[in-house]
Design a protein around this ligand. Structure first.
Ligand code: FES
Length: 678
């Protein structure tokens, strides 16, 4: 007779096991991660599973609750003391008696922590680098003079299979008191190095300890986003964000590098500022969730190269100019206390590798989250900031670059531009017949031509943010106000009073009330320069891949969450693509950090992927200039946009004499060379 067949969900891993095998053991043998703190003693409750009953024809399995041994004494005892939901079993106790489909519930939360709704609710298979291991240790015996710590190590070897465990020195002084306080039982936190497999004891508690937290953090130039994650369940328990306090040293990356170069204590001041901000956020998420800082055992950080260096205390001066040399590009393993973070004394830090001197660990983490390298379709992943980080690839080959887009997409360099904040115009529509606009501002759900709009805007209209700029320029083009070369058509002044003369060029009046908000020829030009830089970078990567179209586009980062892909494509910010395959993925870098936190296999995956990614230096590529010039046009001088044409009626071409365009691309190129990358 063949052994029963067990299928684990959601991983889909399956295998046959002799009757009498515990479900926990079967999971272990198949490499399915089931948490177990107490080592199968039936006291931690972390190993809960559920049977999915029914016929699973595809797998040839008929699964039923009675294909597990009846409720045993350990489960009864646990259910009496704690709360074991109906249908739940302890996998360390329940043994296999027949074919089964076993579900590992994702909500195994013992201490009733409130699960906050995270921005991204994806749950990843767990295989954390830090694991809690409960052991019962022999009492000391005069005839067997083995030290207390050595007996703990012996128990960890017998019960958990860890050999040659290294012990963090801060544990030595607490071994004896902890062991006695726990009545000869302790819980050790064991960190397993993903490369060497070396196990280290990093923390120790008396008796059974059932809390282990991790931190996943994305350090952006503008904002820092941090998640508190349960290492035992994989859930995000609390999230918090703050603006990067380094802004006071310089708004953009290059000015922060300059600050370091000009001020002897500049690097230290910025390192202290960012570490303090991260530590404050840790305090905030702990307070919100009731978690204890001392139970934070592992952390993962990502950031662009300059943030990465400053956080680690490395001078970023070399990243300020070619060849953009990183002090360290590979993954970093260190300890929280080395970075002045208040967590458990043994808490580990893992920093995801950087891809290149201007494509950082944030882009690597976004790559891990979106997985171009895991699929056949060609995916373009773009994170737009003052530098756009671009990754293009599939399972065969991945290439990456950055493009100096400048701050125009963030509302800077635009006459009425501002950061995205209440009062900023974020959506725009222009009637192609009358050229009359309507718009929406942040903080109100109404369009400007709807009743009650003025009252709904508490702050008043204050300016145009990045997504508003993209929409207004795209709509101006669709309405024929600007030509494909981006020239505001003065002849349209005869058709609408919204086209006004402005020196030698013309502007479009978006808001004719107070304040007057216009889009000038220079504004259009700034957007053209920014989008041409991005598109030229993307085209270089497409050339490297030998492709003329991409299958999918993902916008990462805050900017990507707010722009409408259709308008981004009308402008020619991104190449032609089926619009249903263009999406915003939010803080993909933060998601990647969480993945690396809860599953150490992802650390290996991203390290291998980063080694494989080919880095393209846009400044050195002779074709950059040609692509840039073609990309100055809307949507593009040379590239067709057939998918876009299916969704949007593009205007007929009209050539207008350019006002002050000459030298635009060349000027941009020089500016790009000066600009900070990263
Ligand atoms: Fe602790 Fe099953 S492993 S209760």
């Amino acid at each position: 007779m063949t052994d029963p067949l067990i299928l684990f969900m959601p991983s889909g891993k399956r295998g046959r096991f002799p009757e009498g095998t515990t479900v926990l053991e079967a999971a272990r043998q198949l490499g399915v991660y089931v948490e177990s703190v107490c080592g199968g003693r039936g006291i931690c409750g972390r190993c809960q599973v559920e049977v999915q009953e029914g016929q699973f024809a595809k797998h040839g399995i008929t699964s039923a609750n009675d294909h597990l041994s009846p409720f045993g004494p350990k489960e009864r005892r646990y259910a009496e003391k704690r709360d074991l939901k109906p249908g739940r079993r302890l996998s360390c106790s329940a043994t296999i008696t027949g074919d089964l489909v076993i579900d590992i519930p994702l909500d195994v939360q013992i201490n009733a922590q409130i699960i906050r709704k995270a921005a991204d609710t994806r749950v990843f298979e767990r295989k954390p680098a830090v694991q809690l291991c409960y052991v019962e240790v022999e009492e000391p015996d005069m005839h067997k003079p083995l030290g207390d710590l050595d007996r703990i190590k012996a128990a960890l070897e017998t019960d958990w299979g860890f050999t040659d465990i290294l012990v963090d020195p801060h544990i030595f002084p607490i071994v004896q008191s902890t062991l006695r306080k726990g009545g000869w039982a302790v819980t050790a936190a064991i960190h397993k190095d993903e490369d060497t497999g070396q196990a280290s004891m990093i923390a120790l508690w008396p008796g059974l300890h059932n809390e282990a937290w991790g931190i996943a953090c994305d350090i952006g130039s503008t904002t820092i986003a941090l998640h508190l994650v349960s290492l035992l369940s994989g859930h995000v328990i609390a999230s918090a964000g703050t603006s990067n306090p380094q802004i006071r040293f310089g708004e953009d990356l290059m000015s922060r590098v300059s600050y370091v170069m000009m001020n002897p204590d500049g690097r230290e001041a910025m390192t202290d500022a960012v570490r303090k901000a991260v530590d404050d956020l840790i305090g905030k998420v702990c307070e919100e969730s009731g978690a204890n800082r001392n139970d934070i055992l592992d952390t993962v950080f990502v950031g662009n190269p300059i943030m990465h260096h400053l956080f680690l205390g490395i001078d970023p001066t070399e990243l300020g100019g070619a060849p953009f040399a990183l002090a360290v590009s590979g993954a970093i393993h260190t300890r929280a206390r080395e970075l002045a973070l208040d967590a458990n004394q043994g808490c580990r830090v893992y920093v995801i590798p950087c891809i290149a001197g201007h494509v950082g660990a944030d882009a690597a983490a976004a790559t891990l989250a979106e997985g171009p390298h895991r699929q056949d379709e060609m995916m373009l992943l773009v994170d737009v900031g003052t530098n756009a980080e671009i990754v293009l690839g599939n399972s065969k080959r991945v290439v990456a670059a950055s493009s100096p887009t400048g701050p125009a997409f963030e509302g800077a360099e635009i006459s009425c531009g501002q950061r995205a904040a209440p009062g900023a115009i974020e959506r725009v529509r222009i009637d192609p017949e009358t050229l009359e606009p309507r718009f929406k501002v942040i903080g109100s759900d109404l369009w400007s031509n709807e009743d009650g709009f003025a009252d709904s805007v508490k702050t008043g209209i204050t300016g145009i943010c990045g997504s508003g700029i993209i929409e207004v320029v795209a709509e101006m083009y669709l309405a024929g106000i600007i030509s494909e070369d981006g020239v505001v058509d003065g002849a349209m002044a005869a058709k609408s009073p919204r086209i006004i003369e402005n020196g030698r060029t013309f502007s479009y009046v978006l808001n004719d009330g107070d304040p007057l908000i216009t889009v000038t020829q220079n504004d259009v030009r700034a957007i053209q320069l920014a989008k041409a830089a991005l598109y030229a970078g993307i085209k270089l990567l497409m050339d490297k891949q030998g492709i003329d179209h991409v299958d999918q586009i993902r916008f990462a980062g805050a900017f990507g969450s707010f722009i409408d892909p259709k308008y981004a494509m009308v402008l020619g910010l991104i190449p032609d693509c089926d619009l249903s395959k263009v999406s915003a993925v939010g803080n993909a870098a933060g998601t990647g950090a969480r993945m690396a936190l809860v599953n150490r296999d992802y650390r290996r995956e991203i390290e291998e992927t980063v080694r494989r990614i080919e880095k393209i230096e846009t400044a050195l590529e002779p074709k950059f200039q040609d692509h840039f010039v073609a990309a100055m046009a809307l949507p593009n001088k040379t590239d067709p946009f057939p998918e876009l044409a299916k969704a949007v009626k593009l205007p007929p071409k009209k050539a207008l004499a350019s006002g002050g365009e000459a030298g635009g691309a060349g000027r941009r190129r020089r500016e790009g060379g000066r600009r900070a990358r990263g």
